[in-house]
Design a binder for this molecule. Structure first.
Ligand code: 13P
Ligand code: SF4
Length: 307
């Protein structure tokens, strides 16, 4: 049996559903039952009745799946698949930071650990962050974490002042403005599209800014034939599938290399996906107390998002 057949056999044996984020390698996206952004993955996980949920993404996505559907077994091909944003925000320093403010309302990006979500009032993703922030009463001071670039972008978009935790995404931070302008000069017909986790000096050149799913939709709806894509390169697999006659050019970093791949996301491989199903491990384990505490702000996000 080849690896795809082995994965399919294990999937049937377990009664599993396989989810993939857009930042996985193309082969994983192609075999998944569902491919989406962070919000769509959470919504899918909350509703699925599959016995086992296999999350091809990073750890906070698998923890979110477990929190929203705790009776299911949740597997992650590589437990080391973390996130620089989640790592930047640890409970003790975050609690200290929060204590220095005047009872802030904490809006926490989903790219965070369950322990940090448990210290928050509401979670958001890049798809619904504006809606979440606009739902918070004007008189409340907002503390937003952990992504300072997304936070700054949201301050501009909503006009709400927010105190920001200073985390960054190591992938979106690598795009280089000078090299972007050089690339644009050689492709003047291309539209620049960017994820809001990018720095301000990158976002100011963008024709469109949005979450991965919104970027994908934009490339389908736009009349443009060529796009310079400023987010993790994996999304271009779906863009090319949806619009085979359009051109997608990855954004450049400091060295001019067009190779923005998330080292955490890319820890997942077809082989590890097969092994995690065969061995039913690594499994996401969370205490009932942590599921309850991190579930409250997550469920609040799901409700506001659906309203
Ligand atoms: P979205 O899936 O919300 O677009 O976020 C991108 C990301 O960085 C996920 O880690
Ligand atoms: Fe985290 Fe950035 Fe990787 Fe997304 S792309 S998982 S935000 S490090």
């Amino acid at each position: 049996m080849n690896i795809l057949e082995k994965i399919s056999t294990e999937k049937s044996r377990l009664g599993a559903t396989i989810l993939s984020h857009y930042y996985q390698e193309g082969a994983i996206q192609d075999l998944a039952d569902f491919v989406g952004d962070s919000l769509a993955m959470a919504q899918f996980c909350e509703k699925t009745d599959a016995e086992v949920i296999v999350v091809c993404g990073v750890r906070f996505m698998a923890e979110t799946a477990k929190t929203l559907n705790p009776t299911r077994k949740v597997l992650l091909p590589d437990l080391e698949a973390g996130c620089s944003l989640a790592d930047s925000c640890q409970p003790a320093p975050f609690q200290n930071f929060k204590n220095k403010l005047n009872d802030p309302y904490v809006v926490m990006y989903i790219n965070s650990s369950p322990e940090i979500k448990a210290l928050s009032d509401v979670v958001c993703t890049s798809s619904n962050a504006e809606k979440i922030i606009r739902s918070i009463p004007q008189e409340r001071q907002i503390l937003f974490g952990p992504d300072r670039h997304l936070g700054r972008y949201l301050i501009e978009k909503t006009g709400r002042d927010m105190v920001l935790w200073q985390g960054v995404c190591i992938v979106h931070e690598t795009f280089n403005e000078k090299n972007l302008l050089k690339l644009k000069a050689t492709h003047p017909e291309s539209q620049i599209i960017a994820h809001p986790e990018c720095e301000a000096n990158i976002l100011r050149h963008a024709d469109f800014i949005g979450s991965t799913s919104k970027l994908l939709q934009f490339t389908q709806d736009s009349d443009a034939r060529s796009f310079i894509v400023l987010t993790e390169a994996g999304i271009m697999h779906q863009m090319a599938k949806a619009s085979p006659n359009k051109e997608f050019i990855p954004g450049p970093d400091d060295s001019g290399c067009n190779c923005a791949e998330c080292p955490y996301m890319r820890l997942n491989t077809l082989e590890k996906l097969y092994l995690c199903m065969k061995e039913e491990s690594p499994e996401i384990e969370m205490s009932p107390e942590l599921i309850t505490a991190s579930g409250l702000p997550l469920k609040r996000m799901m409700e506001i998002s659906a309203a």
